[in-house]
Ligand binder design. Structure first.
Ligand code: PGA
Length: 254
């Protein structure tokens, strides 16, 4: 049985004071209402709020994730931070290859492979994102695109290291648009991703790896999406900024 995981991606929202208020509110709900079988919870604030958020959730069920990491250990890389720096701030997870980073910062899957490796070597769990654009889906290229993103992004990652990898399938056309992939559309791609992991790493690893769905997940559609066989939770953008909605989505992922 794969334990479900729900991660909130705050993107570039909330200043430090607002972040502290939001994480405190989420922590309060989780403290009062979290039950043993509920999904694992990860919250990914901006880099500025990582260290204080990690302190605020100490002793709770909430883990803190970053939204990006540099592949180098240290050096002259202005504006960047390394996996060991994240770790020292109390971070345990990191999102790699989000479509916004691929689109606006030209991150390639090859670059993601280096980031994935660097994070794994510091014992972080990576949430490695893949997904096709609308154009790619409409021209029926989505399986090829995802196959490349998976193969290239996991280049150099060993079977053993796969225990620190979570995949997130996020069709770009469903992110922040209010359009969700149907549960069946998502399941089809999730099963495909699992089959790719199976061919590379074998059955035990492919059955253990968690594959999250992301793209306009809301309390209203979460249960149906998370009910599909190969969907092991979600990466939540907009709705993760609303503590009650976020917790309802966590509850839907049991
Ligand atoms: P959304 O974003 O839930 O706002 O669509 C998801 C994501 O980008 O991770």
């Amino acid at each position: 049985m794969r334990k479900k995981l729900v991660a909130g991606n705050w993107k570039m929202h909330k200043n430090l004071t607002e972040s502290q208020a939001l994480i405190t509110e989420i922590r309060g709900i989780v403290r009062d209402e979290f039950r043993q079988n509920d999904a694992e919870i990860v919250v990914c604030p901006t880099a500025l709020a990582l260290a204080s958020s990690a302190r605020l959730v100490e002793g709770s069920e909430i883990r803190i994730g970053a939204q990006n990491v540099n592949e180098n250990k240290e050096g002259a890389f202005t504006g960047e931070w390394s996996a060991s720096m994240l770790k020292s701030a109390g971070v345990s997870h990191v999102i790699v290859g989000h479509s916004e980073r691929r689109q606006y910062y030209n991150e390639t899957s090859q670059a993601c492979a280096l980031k994935n490796k660097a994070a794994i070597l510091e014992d972080l769990v990576v949430l490695y994102c893949v997904g096709e654009t609308l154009e790619e889906r409409e021209s029926n290229q989505h399986f090829d695109i995802i196959k490349n993103q998976i193969e290239q992004g996991l280049e150099g990652i060993t079977g053993e290291e796969m225990s620190q990898v979570v995949i997130a399938y996020e069709p770009v056309w469903a992110i922040g648009t209010g359009k969700t992939a149907s549960a069946e559309q998502a399941q089809e791609v999730h099963a495909f991703i699992r089959s790719l992991i199976d061919s590379k790493y074998g059955q035990a690893i492919s059955q253990a790896v968690r594959i999250l769905y992301g793209g306009s997940v809301k309390p209203e559609n979460a249960k149906q999406i998370f009910g599909m066989e190969d969907i092991d939770g979600g990466l939540i953008g907009g709705a993760s900024l609303k503590p009650r909605d976020f917790f309802e989505i966590i509850k839907a992922a049991q």
